[in-house]
Design a protein around this ligand. Structure first.
Ligand code: NAD
Length: 260
């Protein structure tokens, strides 16, 4: 694998006390970036997680609590970090229901956390990137930012919105050393997904392998989950010099889902 040094850069990763966000934070720290972890929980475990990453990779690692459903809190997170060379908008939630009975509060919450937070953090981070003369924005969208499934109206609308926002920010920064792209993962094996396997096995009366292949990965032609390490490695790549002319586009990590 190519070696990328992000030493001296500060990366803020929203929603990074678990799953993909944590994997991305670890990958960026592994490349030498100082990292700011975030969630809304503010528990001793969150702070310990950041301290552990700092020790493991020899970088500065902090945890800053901020609720990404709150516009002011999104902007204050960036201000509190004091510097932002790399912004990874990752915080996200899901809710599944038919459109006619989709709870209004859930729609508003998903649009706020999965889409609007990226607008607010980007607006706050861009002046810092411009002052530093360099910046990378990586938005964690989804295969559902490019294609749809039933019963996920808010999530799919938000993720398509994230792809559109990424293109717009890329055009507004095109002549500067700043890029903005969206990563579109298919199904990624996070603790949350892993935890769904036993219940799905019981529901369908299937073995683990059958559930993974025929239920969970039904639309992922590779029949393999993507990993948080792969999402992290791709984020590091988008932050590298090799990716300096990659902007305003999407990077699918979906085992062929969107080729169908
Ligand atoms: P996860 O539940 O493990 O992580 C979500 C993160 O967002 C957590 O750190 C959580 O604390 C944080 N978060 C939730 N609400 C928040 C709020 N109000 N304020 C601040 N932080 C908040 O899930 P994940 O699978 O790691 O998902 C991370 C991102 O990747 C999401 O945007 C998700 O849509 C996207 N994604 C996941 C998959 C997958 O298969 N796991 C596939 C495609 C895209």
């Amino acid at each position: 694998m190519m070696s990328v040094s992000l030493a001296g850069k500060t990366a803020i990763i929203t929603g990074s006390n678990s799953g993909i966000g944590l994997g991305v934070a670890r990958a960026l720290a592994g490349a030498g970036a100082d990292v700011v972890l975030n969630s809304f929980t503010d528990s001793p475990e969150d702070h310990a997680l950041a301290a552990g990453i700092g020790q493991e990779f020899g970088v500065q690692a902090r945890y800053l609590s901020a609720d990404m459903s709150n516009p002011e809190a999104c902007r204050e997170l960036i201000a509190a970090a004091g510097r932002c060379d790399i912004l990874v908008n990752n915080a996200g939630i899901q809710h599944v229901a038919p459109v006619e009975s989709f709870p209004i509060a859930k729609w508003d919450q998903i649009i706020a956390i999965n889409l609007s937070s990226a607008f607010h953090t980007t607006a706050a981070a861009l002046p810092m990137m411009r002052a530093a003369g360099w910046g990378r924005i990586v938005n964690i969208a989804s295969a559902h930012g490019l294609t749809a499934s039933p019963f996920k109206s808010a999530y799919i609308a938000a993720k398509h919105g994230v792809v559109g926002l990424s293109k717009t920010v890329a055009l507004e920064t095109a002549e500067e050393a700043i890029t903005c792209n969206a990563i579109c993962p298919g199904y990624v094996l996070t603790p949350l997904v892993e935890a769904q396997i036993p219940a799905t096995m019981a529901e369908y009366g299937m073995e683990r392998e059958e559930v993974v292949r025929n239920v969970m990965l039904a639309r992922q032609p590779s029949k393999q989950f993507a990993t948080v390490e792969q999402i992290g490695g791709s984020t590091v790549f988008l932050c590298s010099e090799a990716a300096a002319q990659i902007t305003g586009t999407t990077l699918s990590i979906d085992g062929g889902w969107t080729a169908l």
